[in-house]
Design a protein around this ligand. Structure first.
Ligand code: HEM
Ligand SMILES: *[C@@H]1O[C@H](CO)[C@@H](O)[C@H](O)[C@H]1NC(C)=O
Ligand SMILES: *[C@@H]1O[C@H](CO)[C@@H](O)[C@H](O)[C@H]1NC(C)=O
Ligand SMILES: *[C@@H]1O[C@H](CO)[C@@H](O)[C@H](O)[C@H]1NC(C)=O
Ligand SMILES: *[C@@H]1O[C@H](CO)[C@@H](O)[C@H](O)[C@H]1NC(C)=O
Length: 342
């Protein structure tokens, strides 16, 4: 009898494992590796951690609203390279780190992350990961203007020990990419079409460098004159960008000019990105291309509604925050965020 019960237990265990495997297989990397993350992971081990992070970030964002875009993008870059493991924060040591790769253009805010880390270490040393601080800083910086948290952040990530510029080059999607490429790049991280469209809404805040899109303005088919404009651009928006980026007509590599991605509302986290996009005012090819797929374009339509956008953003950024995380005993809790523990 006893043996029978045990066998039955074993069968159940195998069945459960099979279900987990099937589930992980069908929903990709994110779901498979999310085990170990939960809301309020530090509730017992460092009850004030999230409050401290919010206080430091809000203080800094109050004096520098552009930081919200920096932290949101930092979180994206962290998660897409080696998972959300704070690899984006490591300085180059024996090899060149992610933060020194070309796609890093304008990553910033590292000193504020260190400030949060130092404050949290004073409260409870060696407990809170840098990877979680990046996730919290993205949420808190973007939320500051609303004075309440816009989404829930799961915590429990641990920090990685490797950062490579080559991996950043391989894993950060390019602003010149078209829809099928972007979809493939997101799928490779366990994210789907809806996540791609919704998270692109991150471009409702922040800036872009002219050299990353000026071929759309002056040299779309290689003719190199101001009429050679990407026909998918709204003509008056194209003229606006041509004015802003005029230096790039002569020198396509000039990186001295930046333009707000959502003019008039570029520090406001809202659904205006999708209103602009629908009006063919997306800055990058990677934005404009979302209108070339039927399902994506239908979503763009819906996401113009502020409530719908925020609802969807909560879900997609939670999924992004689960990519390739280290949990449990994996990785380490760094003492400082820019270097692995010695
Ligand atoms: C779909 C693929 C994506 C591509 C190709 C892309 C590309 C870019 C590029 C080229 C810039 C301009 C950087 C600069 O000129 O300094 C940028 C800025 C930005 N991106 Fe993305 N991005 C993508 C997805 C995302 C996602 C998923 C998020 C976060 C949810 C995000 C958040 C931001 C933010 C906030 C900025 C402004 C940064 C600043 O003001 O310094 N992006 N992105
Ligand atoms: C980004 O990389 C360039 C070299 O490619 C480097 O000069 C710059 O300092 C890096 N930016 C950051 C924030 O580390
Ligand atoms: C901008 O261009 C200058 C000159 O080509 C280059 O030295 C610098 O590294 C570039 N900056 C970034 C952030 O790419
Ligand atoms: C994006 O996907 C394309 C197509 O699969 C692939 O060739 C490319 O290397 C990927 N790029 C990134 C940055 O993931
Ligand atoms: C214009 O585009 C063509 C073809 O892509 C390229 O060979 C040329 O260098 C570009 N010229 C400028 C000034 O951007």
């Amino acid at each position: 009898m006893q043996g029978g019960a045990n066998n039955k237990g074993l069968v159940c265990l195998i069945a459960a494992a099979a279900v987990v495997l099937v589930f992980a297989g069908s929903s990709g990397i994110a779901a498979a590796q999310a085990a170990g993350l939960k809301k309020g992971f530090y509730k017992k081990s460092c009850p004030k951690a999230e409050e401290i992070a919010q206080r430091v970030v809000w203080n800094r964002v109050a004096g520098n609203p552009e930081l919200a875009a920096k932290f949101l993008r930092m979180f994206f870059h962290d998660c897409f390279v080696r998972g959300c493991d704070a690899s984006v924060l490591l300085d180059s040591a024996s090899n060149t780190a992610e933060k020194n790769a070309a796609p890093n253009l304008s990553l910033a805010g590292f000193e504020v992350i260190e400030e949060v880390k130092a404050a949290v270490e004073r409260e409870c040393a060696g407990v809170v990961s840098c990877a979680d601080i990046v996730a919290l800083a993205a949420r808190d910086s973007v939320s500051y203007q609303y004075r309440r948290s816009l989404w829930e952040v799961e915590t429990g990530r641990r920090d990685g020990t490797v950062s490579s510029d080559q991996e950043a080059l391989a894993d950060i999607p390019a602003p010149t990419s078209t829809f099928p490429i972007l979809l493939a790049n997101f799928s490779a991280k366990g994210l789907g079409l809806q996540d791609l469209v919704v998270l692109s809404g991150g471009h409702t805040i922040g800036i872009g460098h002219c050299n990353l899109f000026s071929s759309r303005l002056f040299n779309f088919t290689g003719k190199n004159n101001p009429s050679d404009v990407d026909p998918s651009l709204n003509p008056s928006y194209a003229r606006f960008l041509q004015g802003q980026c005029r230096r790039n007509q002569q020198d396509p590599n000039d990186n001295s000019t930046v333009v707000p991605m959502d003019p008039g509302s570029s520090v406001s986290f809202d659904s205006h990105y999708f209103v602009n996009l629908k009006a063919r005012q997306g800055m990058f090819t990677s934005d404009a291309t979302l209108l070339t797929d039927g399902r994506a374009a239908a979503l763009v339509d819906k996401l113009r509604d502020p409530g719908v956008f925020l609802d969807h953003f909560k879900n997609s950024i939670k999924r992004m925050g689960q990519i390739g995380v280290l949990t449990g005993a994996a990785g380490q809790i760094r003492k400082r965020c820019n270097a692995v523990n010695s």
